[in-house]
Design a protein around this ligand. Structure first.
Ligand code: ZN
Length: 325
């Protein structure tokens, strides 16, 4: 079973999450393999790390909506997407063109010419009209000469930028497990009101020392340990000298699971978006419009009657107005 394990350190302003995706991850891989063939190992591992990363972030910020991590690559991986809903419904896909070397690192996959970039989007559920999704863009290079070779480092930069919180992230994935550990230093809330300026500075130094120590322990986690051990064992091995408090969820809490948000209705809207002329020309050429979902493999077919219906519905809808049908 996939798991999300949150924890705190007693008396220390540091929190953490450990995520292990098993069934949710292998379902993503199984669907891909059955529709268009399995990913090359480096692409699979990149996508797994992205899936673990979005689950870590979702658990950490508890966002009511979709958290989407996209990498726009300039190497063989043109696009990689991992998306998680607030109930940990998860999907991921990658578009790969050309060959991938078996030992390809991050830059060889997505940042050959320093033109790769990635974005994290928070798309609220039940978005109000005119409300925008929030998007943060994160570079894949430190400067014109230095490419970042680990996804965790990319995300640590993002967390520092967006939340202004020091964060340590460890990620790993193979064909069975996608997993990650996140450790974050929390702001010293309220301390300034209770104590004078001098002790506040001491608290700040203590807090920094505590975080450094825990961060170094977290970073010592090996790929094999993260992929093969359960969360209790990992946390015990890493933090046995710390006062760690598990925040186990209730038995009924949502666990990470495969979920695709695609639907026939969405594909219908996309066809309407093409315009009637374009849709008709596809129908003349192919007899029907068929759209496959990159995430789950579902095929939606629209014949001439379906397409006719879409456009007549599209014309009627504005007259009825929202909320009245
Ligand atoms: Zn789908």
């Amino acid at each position: 079973m996939s798991e999300v394990h949150k924890f705190l350190f007693d008396g220390v302003p540091v929190r953490g999450v450990l995520v292990r995706l098993t069934d949710a991850w292998t379902e993503i891989l199984r669907r891909r393999a059955s529709v268009s063939g399995a990913y090359a190992a480096p692409v699979q591992n990149l996508l797994g790390e992205m899936a673990a990363a979005v689950t870590l972030m979702q658990s950490n910020i508890k966002f009511n909506g979709a958290l989407v991590f996209q990498v726009f690559g300039d190497g063989p991986v043109k696009l990689a997407v991992a998306e998680v809903q607030s109930d940990f419904g998860l999907r991921a896909t990658a578009t790969v063109v050309g060959d991938v070397a078996p030992d390809a690192r991050l830059s060889a996959l997505v940042n050959l010419n320093h033109e790769g970039r990635c974005a994290i989007t928070l798309d609220p559920k039940d978005r109000l009209p005119g409300q925008q999704a929030y998007q943060g863009v994160v570079p894949l290079s430190l400067d014109a000469y230095t490419k970042i070779e680990s996804l965790s480092q990319v995300l640590e930069h993002y967390m520092q930028q967006s939340e202004q919180l020091e964060t340590t992230i460890v990620l790993a994935a193979d064909d069975k497990v996608a997993a990650g550990l996140l450790i974050q230093r929390l702001p010293l809330a309220g301390v300034a009101n209770l104590a004078g300026a001098s002790s506040r500075r001491e608290d700040e130094i203590d807090s920094h020392e505590d975080y450094r120590r825990i961060s170094i322990l977290a970073s010592s986690l090996q790929r094999d340990e993260l992929l093969t051990l359960d969360s209790d064992t990992i946390l015990r091995r890493l933090f046995w000298q710390e006062k760690l408090r598990s925040l186990r969820g209730a038995p009924g809490d949502a666990l990470p699971h495969f979920f695709c948000t695609c639907s026939r209705e969405r594909v219908g809207k996309m066809i309407v978006g093409l315009g009637q002329e374009e849709a008709q020309s596809i129908l003349v050429e192919r007899g029907e419009i068929e759209v496959g979902c990159e995430f789950c493999g579902a095929q939606q077919r629209f014949d001439a009657v379906d397409v006719g219906q879409l456009f007549s519905d599209g014309i009627k809808m504005p007259e009825i107005g929202p909320g009245l049908h």
